[in-house]
Write a protein that binds this ligand. Structure first.
Ligand SMILES: Nc1nc2c(ncn2[C@@H]2O[C@H](COP(=O)(O)OP(=O)(O)OP(=O)(O)O)[C@@H](O)[C@H]2O)c(=O)[nH]1
Ligand SMILES: [Mg+2]
Length: 272
């Protein structure tokens, strides 16, 4: 009998809000488990997404962009050990936020895989040379990828590169494990993504979502959107119920795609 070795590693995904961390995670594990939005601070929890094949298993940890808020970044290093950090940059953007990340990197001894994302938006690619030169003076880079996560450009080799550099050790999760998100959280996050898509300004940040699974009604879910202003309720509903209908329809479609079963959402808006 042929005995094959197994390889496993934890990879932490870091970068400012909106750089495309969640977009990349979903792409790498080939499943949409982390919501995406053009608005700031979309991800608000650490989300584990697992890449699996027979020999290699990678646990990616997607993080909120506002990780320095309340020093959340330090908790990240309390419970886990990481083999690599995927540090994501938005084109050639660099300011105090990236500086703060480099300060953290100088204190920990974890190899950094640098990802320059959104390359589709860079017209003159020559600017990248001086940018990379600049970054090399700040961070010791283990490897560099220049990609577009949204348009899947130059992203094919990321997982295979990581696999080649994983330590030989047992897989931590079963081969069918995809994420640490519960079904309820995934449903909540899908609704939140659509709320962020169809409602503007501060509204999405002021809605609490509660999901209730009624007993014996397998394909029906009650969703409560809790808001603290009557005005918000009106905006969520929209003219001729346009907004709420869109949120309901798209959320049902996305939930159905994720769980491969038909779901009906019964949405109620309540003033707290
Ligand atoms: N043009 C372009 N847009 C991208 C690319 N990758 C991601 N985006 C867009 O950037 C926005 C932010 O993407 P997210 O994946 O939600 O960013 P994030 O880093 O997870 O943001 P937070 O969760 O707030 O920290 C979305 O509108 C994405 O569609 C890319 O390669 N090119
Ligand atoms: Mg995110």
């Amino acid at each position: 009998m042929k005995i094959t070795s197994s390889y496993y590693g934890n990879i932490l995904i870091l970068g400012r809000t909106n750089v495309g961390k969640s977009t990349l995670l979903n792409l790498l594990i080939n499943k949409k488990i982390s919501i995406i939005s053009h608005k700031k601070n979309t991800t608000n929890n650490n989300i584990i997404g697992v890449y699996n094949n027979d020999i290699y298993q990678i646990s990616f940890i997607d993080t909120p962009g506002n990780i320095f808020y309340k020093n959340k970044i330090f908790n990240l290093f309390k419970n886990y050990e990481y083999n690599y950090i995927l540090f994501i940059l938005d084109k050639n953007r660099w300011n105090y936020i990236e500086e703060n990340f480099t300060k953290i990197f100088s204190k920990i001894n974890i190899p950094i895989i640098l990802i320059i994302n959104k390359v589709d938006q860079i017209k003159n690619k020559n600017i990248l040379l001086s940018y990379i030169n600049f970054i090399q003076k700040k961070i010791k880079i283990f490897h560099l990828f220049i990609i577009s996560a949204k348009y899947k450009l130059y992203t094919n080799d990321i997982c295979s590169f990581i696999c080649k550099h994983l330590p030989k050790q047992k897989h931590f999760y079963s081969s069918s494990y995809i994420t640490n998100q519960t079904d309820k959280t995934i449903i909540k996050e899908i609704i939140r993504e659509n709320i962020m898509k169809f409602l503007h300004k501060e509204i999405p940040y002021n809605i609490k979502i509660k999901v209730v699974f009624p007993k014996n009604l397998l394909n029906k879910l009650y969703i409560f959107l809790l808001v603290n202003k009557i005005n918000y309720k009106k905006i969520i509903i929209g003219k001729n119920s346009k907004n709420i209908k869109l949120i309901k329809k798209r959320s049902e479609q996305n939930i159905e795609k994720f769980f491969h079963k038909k779901i009906i959402l019964n949405i109620w808006i309540k003033i707290k």
